[in-house]
Design a protein around this ligand. Structure first.
Ligand SMILES: [Zn+2]
Length: 111
């Protein structure tokens, strides 16, 4: 088995575990779209030539990526502060949302 097929198998098993979680189907679809960078962030739209400005319209300081829009934007601080679950989760601007979400799952399983 080469590395690409083992990676695909790992991805398949990961998604299979996600589909088994008892959450709304639309949340699972949102996760799939998020992990695959299918959300229309300004960075993804700029990559397709739809827009030229990738700067987040909320904080006006960083590129609007998936992680930034859903987690890292300073405009979300009040939301993040109100949720104890979010404190201490590893997240930075370069993290892939898939890895961030796996960190969330690991924390849920540890609690
Ligand atoms: Zn922002």
């Amino acid at each position: 088995m080469d590395s690409s097929s083992s990676y695909s198998n790992a991805q398949f098993l990961w998604w299979k575990s996600i589909w088994r979680i008892e959450i709304l189907g639309k949340v699972k679809i949102f996760l799939r779209r998020t992990c695959n960078h299918w959300l229309p962030t300004l960075t993804s739209l700029a990559g397709k030539g739809v827009v030229t400005n990738r700067i987040c319209p909320v904080c006006k300081s960083k590129f609007e990526t998936t992680v930034h829009a859903l987690w890292r934007c300073p405009g979300l601080k009040s939301v993040c502060k109100s949720c104890a679950f979010m404190k201490g989760l590893l997240c930075h601007d370069e993290i892939h949302f898939h890895d961030f979400f796996q960190g969330c799952l690991n924390r849920l399983r540890a609690d």
